[in-house]
Design a protein around this ligand. Structure first.
Ligand SMILES: Cc1cc2nc3c(=O)[nH]c(=O)nc-3n(C[C@H](O)[C@H](O)[C@H](O)COP(=O)(O)OP(=O)(O)OC[C@H]3O[C@@H](n4cnc5c(N)ncnc54)[C@H](O)[C@@H]3O)c2cc1C
Ligand SMILES: NC(=O)c1ccc[n+]([C@@H]2O[C@H](COP(=O)([O-])OP(=O)(O)OC[C@H]3O[C@@H](n4cnc5c(N)ncnc54)[C@H](O)[C@@H]3O)[C@@H](O)[C@H]2O)c1
Length: 472
């Protein structure tokens, strides 16, 4: 037999699971290969543990207010073993969604082992040689460790070992005031650690500065210390680490977290050897997520572009659709949402004001509403924040929100900006992860599921797959 499968998917994170599951539900023969833990970064070291930690920290912050609305709470007492357990219970509670068994039930052949690409249609895993006319690379990314002097001589944390801490840091120094830095800084501070964030630019530099300023104020008032500068040198050992910065500040703490971005996983598994082109940080792909080698796609964190779970999932379903139908399927990020889960949350969809002004100049107008005028916010006693709508005429180009549950408020704008409004459009919209708003997408998708995965589309997918196996 020329081919063992219709498609081979390398990586069992959000991107690979969605691509593999999508193809399998249409009846294609799918090989899904995961070399470490099913569920990838999001489940094991990313979104899930970080959001679990955030929820423990919120509880401590609420209790710390003690007297409010005529209700007195006891001051918080943080037991780190309980926080650690909550984090790992959250992972355990979700992991069956991403398990080998779940994906076998969907129809994938799941291999637990490291994949190696040995040809343009060939992948080796666990002593087996698999062949398929389509390969999807979804190998994700790893924490970037910058070349700071001394970094290899001190114990440091990244998202890969942060959630395994069995003791609470006395003083956590965080290099990087990006998304991870900000979410973790607030959480550890609220749980009682001293926290210093070292950031050379503006924190959360991709977001609207007016929104970010609100969060920085809140975090500063909660006791997070921000140091403007780049970390240039680190020294110390277990329990005491000193960081020097180019702004001449020196900070000593008990633990160091490095959160300065990600490195795409592009090497060590044969991709370079067969000539798949890479850019600055990730595989180069076109709008259909095709790499430079025919028949091979790259999706999610491993390619150049935004790195978010809902983006990985979206690209997984896009590629699955292209493979299943044989029709070109481009990604469309005009209504791409993202949210940073600090309190208050910072949420963005489409263009920020600065991006819109760069692109459309004086044609841009901005309307701004404050939560201090919103009666629900007043009644709940949390009025921090605002919503900014960036417009060209009456067309919405983007929306920036800072406030309680801001991520949940983005949902209507996924449809306003894309100009699509129907259960089908809602079912296929990109929705910020993890938000409760995802339930609306799930309900809309359920309404279409029997049609989408019905017998006619499956017959069509089978025909396309048969033609491809014959002629590829
Ligand atoms: C602390 C943190 C918090 C985050 N929070 C959020 C959030 O709230 N919302 C959000 O949208 N995003 C968040 N993200 C980003 C999100 O986690 C990633 O964008 C997403 O998980 C990427 O999914 P992926 O499938 O592309 O890659 P991954 O999840 O990294 O999956 C890649 C998989 O491929 C496997 N693999 C690699 N090479 C091979 C090989 N040769 N053979 C076999 N398998 C291989 C790896 O073991 C891994 O399991 C967060 C990230 C971090 C670090
Ligand atoms: N809520 C969410 O959606 C969420 C949460 C966490 C992580 N993520 C994803 O994870 C990825 C990684 O997040 P991240 O926070 O590591 O990266 P990031 O790119 O968001 O931020 C990195 C920060 O590190 C700073 N920096 C770089 N070198 C430095 C140095 N020498 N000293 C001090 N600061 C330095 C940069 O100026 C930047 O602000 C992002 O792609 C993000 O999309 C998403």
């Amino acid at each position: 037999m020329k081919f063992t499968h219709d498609v081979i998917v390398i990586g069992g994170g959000a991107a690979g699971l969605t691509a593999a599951g999508g193809c399998a539900l249409f009846g294609l023969d799918v090989a899904l290969i995961e070399g470490h833990k099913m569920g990838g970064e999001c489940l094991n070291n990313g979104c899930v543990p970080s959001k679990a930690l955030i929820s423990a920290a919120k509880r401590a912050a609420e209790a710390r207010e003690e007297k409010r609305f005529g209700v007195t709470l006891a001051a918080p007492q943080v037991e780190w073993s309980g926080v650690h357990k909550h984090i790992h219970d959250a992972i355990a509670g979700i992991e069956h969604h991403d398990s080998k068994e779940t994906f076998e039930e969907m129809g994938c052949e799941v291999f637990l082992g490291t994949a190696r690409i040995t040809g343009k249609q060939t992948v080796e895993v666990a002593g087996r040689t698999l062949r398929a006319p389509r390969i999807v690379i979804a190998t994700g990314s790893a924490p970037l460790v910058p070349p700071i002097e001394g970094i290899d001589t001190v114990p440091y944390l990244t998202n890969e070992n942060l959630f395994d801490l069995t003791e609470q840091p006395g003083h956590l120094i965080i290099i990087g005031g990006g998304v991870i830095g900000m979410e973790m800084a607030q959480s550890f501070r609220r749980l009682g650690s001293e926290v210093t964030v070292i950031e050379p630019g503006e924190p959360m530099g991709r977001d609207d500065p007016e929104s970010v300023a609100v969060v920085v104020d809140v975090m500063t008032s909660e006791g997070v210390r921000f140091v403007k500068g780049s970390a240039t040198k680190v020294e110390g050992g277990e329990g005491s680490v000193t960081v020097h910065t180019d702004s001449c500040e020196t900070i000593t703490g008990s633990h160091l977290l490095v959160a300065v971005g990600r490195t795409a996983r592009v090497s060590g598994f044969g991709a370079e050897e067969i000539g798949i082109a890479t850019g600055k940080n990730g595989f180069k792909t076109d709008e259909r997520r095709r790499t430079s080698v025919k028949g091979i796609y790259a999706i999610g964190d491993c390619r150049e572009g935004p790195r978010l779970t809902h983006v990985s999932g979206y690209e997984g379903s896009n590629v699955a659709l292209e493979i299943v139908t044989g029709l070109p399927t481009k990604v469309d990020f005009s209504a791409l949402p993202w949210c940073t889960y600090t309190e208050p949350e910072v949420a963005q969809i489409g263009l920020t004001e600065a991006e819109a002004r760069d692109k459309h100049g004086d044609a841009v107008t901005v309307v701004k509403e404050e939560f201090s005028e919103n009666e629900r916010a007043i009644a709940e006693g949390y009025t921090k924040g605002h919503m900014k709508m960036v417009l060209k005429g009456k067309k919405v180009l983007g929306v920036s929100i800072v406030g309680k549950n801001a991520g949940e408020l983005l949902l209507p704008f996924t449809q306003t900006i894309s100009g699509k409004s129907s259960t089908f459009a809602l079912g296929s919209a990109i929705i910020s992860y993890p938000t409760r708003s995802e339930i609306s997408k799930a309900a809309a998708f359920s309404a279409w599921e029997p049609t989408v995965f019905g017998s006619l589309p499956k017959k069509y997918a089978g025909f396309v797959a048969k033609m491809r196996r014959t002629f590829a």
